[in-house]
Write a protein that binds this ligand. Structure first.
Ligand code: AMP
Length: 218
């Protein structure tokens, strides 16, 4: 089963992709995580992407398409994948369609995670992650069980994404509305778009996501 999670920054795509990864046995492919790893490693792609990401804009389509093409071809994606953060433009979606067609695969569902802009700033500005294992938390909605200690690995160092600040979030939201939202009619026309209300708590949204995946499987 091959899925796309579509939604604005802060909709919970990464959190829900991780849940589906466990419950459905799929691989999460987060282009944001791939780019952050490229920036950390100081690679050519990282050097191109860093200032663009810090400003909240989109990295050029050709860079993203090459990156996802190489990743999707790896053997761990054979059972299915969840794309989190890709495609973000119609040109990326068209390239993805071509890529899948060439390799005899297809998309089973595109799940829109619908959230009002008003709550996104609070969701995003409270996010932090373990510096050791990358486990994601939120000051209010998903704190660590013991303050200052990672639930998963026991690490005590945490970090915030440099682009998770109010000013950059506004640019990221504008990019979503202008460049990514046109994907909704694009996939609606293909008959594979499903919409989930993602305003509720993490567990409720996870249940709705599993329902949507189940309906797509049927
Ligand atoms: P994310 O972690 O998905 O919020 O992505 C963080 C940043 O990485 C975005 O604000 C963009 O600058 C960049 N990025 C991630 N995925 C894409 C994509 N598919 N196309 C263009 N830029 C992307």
């Amino acid at each position: 089963m091959n899925l796309i999670l579509l939604g604005p920054p802060g909709a919970g795509k990464g959190t829900q992709a991780q849940r589906l990864e466990e419950s459905e046995g799929l691989v999460q492919l987060s282009t944001g995580d791939m780019l952050r790893a490229a920036v950390a490693s100081g690679s050519e792609i990282g050097r191109i992407a860093k200032p663009i990401m810090e400003a909240g804009n989109l990295v050029p389509d050709d860079v993203m398409v090459t990156m996802i093409e190489q990743r999707i071809d790896r053997s761990d994606c054979a059972n299915g994948f969840i794309l989190d953060g890709f495609p973000r433009t119609v040109a990326q979606a068209e390239s993805l369609d071509d890529m899948l067609r060439r390799t005899g695969r297809r998309l089973d569902a595109v799940i829109e995670m619908a959230v009002d802009d008003g709550i996104l700033i609070e969701r995003i500005s409270g996010r932090f992650a373990c510096a050791d294992c990358g486990a994601g938390y939120h000051r209010r909605f998903r704190p660590t069980a013991v303050e200052g200690v990672c639930d998963r690995c026991g690490g005590t160092e945490f970090r915030q994404r440099p682009d998770d600040n109010e000013e950059t979030v506004k640019t990221r939201l504008a990019a979503y509305h202008a460049q990514t939202e046109p994907l909704l009619p694009y996939y609606r026309e293909q008959g594979i778009l499903r919409s989930v209300d993602a305003m509720a708590g993490i567990d409720d949204v996870a249940a709705r996501m599993r329902e949507a995946v189940g309906a797509a499987r049927a």
